[in-house]
Design a protein around this ligand. Sequence first.
Ligand SMILES: [Zn+2]
Ligand SMILES: [Zn+2]
Length: 362
Amino acid sequence: MELNSKKLERTSQIIYYSISIILCLFLILLSSKIIGDLDSTTKSPEPENFENKSALATLNKDSEKYTTDLENLYSKKETIDKTIAAAKEIFANEKQSFDNWLQTRKTLGSPDKDQEVIDRAKKLDDFYAVEQGWRTQLNTLQNQIDETEKKAQGVQESINKEKALAYKQYEKEQKQYELKVFLIRLVFVTPILILGIFFFVRYRQHKFWPLFFGFTLFSLYAFFFGLVPYLPSYGGYVRYSVGVILSAGIGYYAIKHIRQFIEQKQAELKVPTQERAKKVQAEVAEKALDKHFCPSCGKDFLLRKWDFPITKITEIDAYKYVTPFCRHCGLVLFKDCRNCGTKNFAHLPFCSSCGTKVSVDE
Ligand SMILES: [Zn+2]
Ligand SMILES: [Zn+2]
């Protein structure tokens, strides 16, 4: 079977990460089911639970009564308004007719008819009195309406007060409820997070690392989506403090590891080149040749046109651009095969020309 190692490496990486992600997804689905069940054990409070039911019932009854009263009063007022309008019209018509009659009488001049003038004027007065009577009734009614409206307003204010009081209590209870939900989640998520971090630190190089990595991904999801949104805020103090602790912790871990890595590399460079050459791993060697860097110090070994010494100009063209030893750390890079003399990259296992095993310790 023919294996293209580069392709194989890439494919296996894709498969490994897919395994991690799929595992992570199913863990998320499972955990959200569990968390949902946990949440349903505690009941969220409702504002209605804290209302004084009997007091509110009385107040509502009063409010309803006043509303009905007001409706009746308004309809009465409407009727009186109409009646007054009618009376006003009758009076106006009567007055017009009286004025006309008076005018005629003046022109014709019949003084014996004085009694008739008095009679008609009295009749007009009566009409006016009727209208005034209705107006008085209207005023009384308006006073009644004003009074009832005031009472209804008072009742509404009492209802609002009662509800505000209940809402205050509800808010208090709601805060406690949120804290409870958070604590339940904390108990559930903390071990997952610790295990996730542990897997990441300890099992990164493990044969089954994709499985551990999947769990680590899941633990991060559980922390950031299952716990963080439920952190009690206390005006942002808790959230920001958690942010500070997290960034400080992750920063500490990252800085420590980067420094360790650099120190390790520096220590490696102090080891004699022969020792270092023996330690170069096959995969590093392949990558180093491919990307033309020294497998030990990581610096580029390719010579630019202006880099190579004039004495080497007679070498075979392909090797014109490389040096036998690393210019930066002294590690052997290319050497001649002891069997056929062909120049080879010193860290690959076999000679490219004759297949003899290449050994870096010679
Ligand atoms: Zn080097
Ligand atoms: Zn050879």
